[in-house]
Design a protein around this ligand. Structure first.
Ligand SMILES: Cc1cc2nc3c(=O)[nH]c(=O)nc-3n(C[C@H](O)[C@H](O)[C@H](O)COP(=O)(O)OP(=O)(O)OC[C@H]3O[C@@H](n4cnc5c(N)ncnc54)[C@H](O)[C@@H]3O)c2cc1C
Length: 395
């Protein structure tokens, strides 16, 4: 068994941990990354559908959810999307903007993982794979008992991520360490996660699985305009994943299924025609939506008849259903399907400049384990990079 001394030990070799390791290593610090999986950066590899949406061209604190919305500002200003893009370009990794400022690799997420590994190698970072930490105590220094032996370090960085997708190796290690050192946590819950229908809606809409519709999805005062996607269990797609970060159980989500049109006005125009149109509602609605959706949606909510047989009140009701479809999700698909974990280490416990614990000197928390969660679109990686660099400059 080894008995190792390091300046810095980083627990978790994911996005934030590797970035922090490279930054600290470049400063001449001796750094060890402890990763319990068989390889580093597993979430990077599966991210962005295999192409890693590694950042977003426009990032501000408004793209993040945290009990303290100002906390992320300092780290985000200290390492910007342009800084990460410069690194990507230095490695000749070609990329493109997909939509809404979201930058993806042209090739593969593997290029980003390899880039970070190479940065760590150049900075003489040592990495233990398949290594578990059995105990972490603080005396003068931190003392770790690991499956690879005992390690002593002046600084310890917790970069073990959230608990979303446990089958990818996610654990609650960071939260346990917080509890051990009496560091407060905010409530955690699944984020960027599909919503589930009640059993009644599930029976009505499960046959629409696979259909996607550009919509504006709103919860309270927060709205996102992107696609929604019907699934066997409920709704997913980017607009739903975004709003899932804000939803509260038992409260309604409103969906404008036809954001570029005003159906009430369209009906009024149609009914001005002489003779009045006799086209059936479902066929008329099919002009705006996939046919299968029009059939199922109209059958569920309306009495189907020719357009000219509806009263004005009926048409306003019909229009309202499409422009303000109300659903009360029964829940979410949970941590198994969530891209991120909302909540985590209470930011009041940390320095926003260095990510160091205010209570325990030398103990740092970075990345998703902290109560800072980004929107869909490259924001979560930007937080991982930026918080990793912030800590890497001080450890
Ligand atoms: C399917 C999917 C797709 C995603 N796509 C994107 C995207 O395109 N763009 C984007 O911005 N965000 C994306 N995300 C979110 C993003 O992956 C995370 O927010 C980001 O990886 C968080 O970085 P992190 O370093 O804090 O945690 P992680 O990357 O999760 O790294 C934590 C590391 O710690 C290790 N670990 C855990 N427990 C222990 C322990 N006890 N001992 C030792 N090691 C441990 C883990 O194995 C892991 O390697 C996606 C997430 C998922 C699940």
């Amino acid at each position: 068994m080894e008995n190792i001394k390091k300046d810095v030990v980083i627990i978790g070799g994911g996005a934030a941990g590797l970035m922090c390791a490279a930054e600290a290593g470049k400063r001449g610090r001796s750094v060890l990354v402890i990763e319990h999986a068989e390889k580093t950066g597993k979430k990077i590899l599966i991210s962005g559908g295999g192409r890693c949406n590694f950042t977003n061209k426009s990032v501000s604190s408004e793209n993040f959810i945290s009990r303290n919305p100002h906390f992320c500002k300092s780290a985000l200003a200290g390492f910007t999307p342009d800084d990460f893009i410069a690194l990507v370009e230095q490695y000749n990794i070609s990329y493109h903007e997909k939509t809404l400022g979201q930058l993806f690799c042209d090739g593969s997420s593997r290029q980003i993982a390899a880039m970070l590994e190479s940065e760590c190698k150049d900075a003489n970072v040592q990495i233990f794979l398949n290594c578990s930490v059995n105990e972490l105590n603080k005396k003068v220094n931190f003392e770790l008992k690991t499956s690879h032996g005992n390690v002593t370090a002046g600084s310890v960085v917790i970069a073990s991520g959230g608990i979303s997708i446990p089958k990818m190796g996610a654990t609650d290690f960071g939260y346990k360490i917080a509890k051990q050192f009496d560091i407060a946590l905010t409530e955690i819950r699944p984020g960027l996660v599909p919503l589930t229908f009640s059993s009644e809606e599930r029976n009505s809409f499960s046959e629409l699985s696979g259909i996607s519709i550009e919509s504006i999805v709103t919860f309270n005062k927060t709205s996102f305009r992107e696609n929604i996607l019907f699934t066997h269990k409920g709704l997913s797609g980017p607009a739903i994943l975004q709003i899932s970060n804000y939803c509260e159980t038992g409260k309604p989500v409103f969906i404008n299924l036809l954001p570029d049109n005003n159906l009430a006005e369209i009906f009024t125009e149609q009914l001005k025609n002489k003779p009045a149109p006799k086209i059936e509602l479902t066929n008329f609605i099919s002009n705006y939506f996939p046919k299968r959706f029009a059939e199922v949606f109209c059958k569920k909510y309306f009495e189907i008849k020719p357009l000219n047989q509806y009263s004005q009140k009926d048409l306003i009701y019909i229009s309202g259903k499409f422009h303000k479809w109300e659903i009360i999700p029964s829940g979410t698909e949970g941590f198994d399907k969530a891209e991120v974990t909302l909540g985590g280490i209470d930011t009041n416990e940390l320095s926003s400049k260095t990510m160091e614990s205010k209570k325990v000197k030398g103990l740092y928390f970075i990345g998703e384990v902290v109560d800072v969660t980004g929107w869909l679109g490259g924001y979560n990686f930007q937080w991982a990079w930026a918080s990793g660099v912030a800590a890497g400059k001080f450890v």
